[in-house]
Design a protein around this ligand. Structure first.
Ligand SMILES: C[S@@+](CC[C@H](N)C(=O)[O-])C[C@H]1O[C@@H](n2cnc3c(N)ncnc32)[C@H](O)[C@@H]1O
Length: 218
């Protein structure tokens, strides 16, 4: 099904084979997204989806925010992991991509715990209550705006909460001698995370690289 540009295929297959198994619903979603052409690469890997679900359970997260939903795999994994009464807020600008997500969420029986807002994510985030109610956030949208999303999320993060962002490696572009603009933006973001005294961040090499941020005094 998926692959990972940073791992030899055999090792990636081994990783997936020894992780929680993907069910037919996930396999169908990956296959349908693959049929959409090059944009398929926007989808998180199945191992990243499994990790996100794991984190929701680990944190007992009740309110999760996703920035960048696409066809819904990461949202599906996180929504499935929510406890009774838990909510997932999904932000995206595309009715077209998220119409696929909606179908799969319905099939999975989790549509009623997901609020999908079609608008620039920064608007949706700024409209959230100014309290520390976000237990977990996953950022996977336009790279140049990661710092904006981060600021809106940090100020709303529960003391035990976590912000995860994707594509810290930008497919290797961050170490390219002539990095493309989105890779430069990502390196700026990584430096910002590293220097932020309010938070502690680690970057882990799963998929295209996740940053995981918690409040320093959390
Ligand atoms: C990398 S994809 C997300 C992949 C998704 N997490 C998954 O598991 O398949 C990025 C998504 O961000 C959305 N996006 C781009 N710019 C945005 C913005 N300013 N606000 C909200 N969503 C945006 C795109 O429409 C696209 O669906």
């Amino acid at each position: 099904m998926s692959h990972n540009p940073h791992l030899p295929q055999a090792l990636y297959d081994y990783l997936v084979a020894h992780n929680p198994p993907a069910d037919p619903l996930i396999e169908d979603l990956v296959e349908e997204t693959a049929a959409m052409g090059n944009i398929r690469s926007m989808q998180v890997g199945v191992e990243q989806a499994a990790f996100l679900g794991f984190m929701v359970r680990l944190l007992s997260a009740r309110f999760v925010v996703e920035v960048g939903t696409f066809t819904g795999l990461s949202g599906l994994a996180m929504a499935r992991a929510l406890p009774e009464g838990g909510r997932l807020l999904c932000c995206d600008v595309s009715e077209e991509y998220t119409s696929v997500a909606r179908r799969y969420w319905k099939r999975a029986g989790v549509a009623d715990r997901i609020d999908l807002r079609i608008a620039p994510a920064v608007e949706t985030l700024r409209a959230l209550p100014d309290d520390r109610s976000v237990d977990m956030a996953f950022v996977d949208a336009d790279k140049e705006n990661y710092p904006l999303y981060y600021e809106e999320l940090v100020r709303r993060l529960d003391p035990s909460g976590v912000i995860i962002a994707d594509n810290l490696f930008m497919n290797g572009g961050v170490v390219d001698p002539e990095p493309p603009p989105a890779a430069l933006a990502m390196t700026d973001f990584a430096l910002r995370l590293q220097a932020d005294p309010r938070t502690e961040t680690v970057i882990i090499p799963i998929g295209d690289g996740f940053s995981i941020t918690r409040l320093a005094d959390g």
